[in-house]
Write a protein that binds this ligand. Structure first.
Ligand code: ADP
Length: 226
């Protein structure tokens, strides 16, 4: 399957993408993570990307499209992929159309995670990531680790992303509204979009996502009793 996950910062794209990818046995490809890997390794690309990331702006398309093209060329994408954080503007969506052109359907589904902006700001303010595995994510209030500052899963040290400061989050939200939201229209025109609420527990959102892509069951336990 080829799936895109779109949503504002703090909607839980990374958390859901990691789980969905395991469920569907396809690679989880996050352009944000690819950039952070480059930055961690001190590459020139990573340094360049970081100057944009830390101010909440998009990394220029020529860098981003190149990074994604290289990643999609790896053999593990033959069975499909789950893209998290790409495309983030119309030019990237058009570039992806070109990369996925062929006899197969380009994409199977585009999932849009919806969340009120006030919730985004509070989620991101308390978000802490594991320094060893970025897929281990905590929140100081909503899902705190047993020992403050330490990952429950692997013992890694928890840290705060430097683009998670409030002013930067507000800029990222503005960029989402002006540049990324129009991408949804691009895929709506192709009949691919399903919008789901990103509110609630991680498992609840995951269940909604699985239903949306035809891999889950609608929870009708409330149908007669609630
Ligand atoms: P979030 O969705 O919470 O903002 P990401 O890890 O997806 O987190 O992205 C972090 C930052 O990386 C973005 O604010 C942006 O600067 C950069 N980035 C990620 N994906 C892209 C992309 N497709 N195009 C341009 N910049 C990107």
């Amino acid at each position: 399957m080829r799936i895109l996950l779109i949503g504002p910062p703090g909607a839980g794209k990374g958390t859901q993408a990691a789980r969905l990818a395991v469920h569907l046995s396809i690679p989880h490809i996050s352009t944000g993570d690819l950039f952070r890997e480059h930055t961690g390794q001190g590459t020139e690309l990573g340094r360049h990307a970081h100057t944009h990331i830390r101010t909440g702006l998009l990394v220029p398309d020529w860098v981003t499209v190149g990074v994604l093209e290289e990643r999609l060329a790896r053999p593990d994408t033959e069975r499909g992929f789950l893209l998290d954080g790409f495309p983030r503007n119309l030019a990237q969506a058009q570039a992806l159309d070109g990369m996925t052109a062929g006899p197969e359907p380009r994409l199977d589904a585009v999932l849009v995670l919806e969340i009120p902006e006030a919730e985004v700001v509070s989620r991101i303010a308390g978000r802490r990531l594991c320094g060893r595995d970025r897929e281990h994510v905590f929140h100081v209030d909503h899902s705190p680790p047993a020992v403050a500052g330490t990952c429950d899963v692997c013992g890694g040290e928890l840290y705060r992303r430097d683009d998670d400061r409030e002013a930067t989050v507000r800029r990222r939200l503005e960029v989402y509204r002006s540049e990324t939201a129009p991408v949804v229209g691009h895929y709506q025109a192709q009949g691919l979009v399903t919008t789901i609420s990103a509110l609630g527990r991680v498992q609840e959102v995951l269940d909604r996502a699985l239903v949306a892509i035809g891999r889950g069951q609608v929870d009708d336990s409330c149908a007669s009793s609630c």
